[in-house]
Write a protein that binds this ligand. Sequence first.
Ligand SMILES: O=C[C@H](O)COP(=O)(O)O
Length: 104
Amino acid sequence: MAAKISNWTDVVLAYEPVWAIGTGKVATPAQAQEVHFELRKWLQANVSPEVAASTRIIYGGSVTAANCKELAAQPDVDGFLVGGASLKPEFIDIIKSAEVKKNA
Ligand SMILES: O=C[C@H](O)COP(=O)(O)O
């Protein structure tokens, strides 16, 4: 797969456990971090350390205002794919959870 990608700056990776999509069941921060870490490790070994460091790896699956800050605080979680909550006022809080990274 990596050989088919000519410009990694155009790529965003997403981890969406199928059991979490639209179910209200969210991965724990530790679960999300573990998978994102492994994806970044794969990029490092199979593409380059630079691509591993710069590629955004985002999480999707029942992200809400209640769980976004803890998820966003994980070192390898770079953002979210938000479904249902993007249609509610709490979406603002999810967007603001990016502040966790700026303050890290
Ligand atoms: O793109 C959105 C994802 O499929 C997650 O949807 P959800 O936040 O409703 O679980």
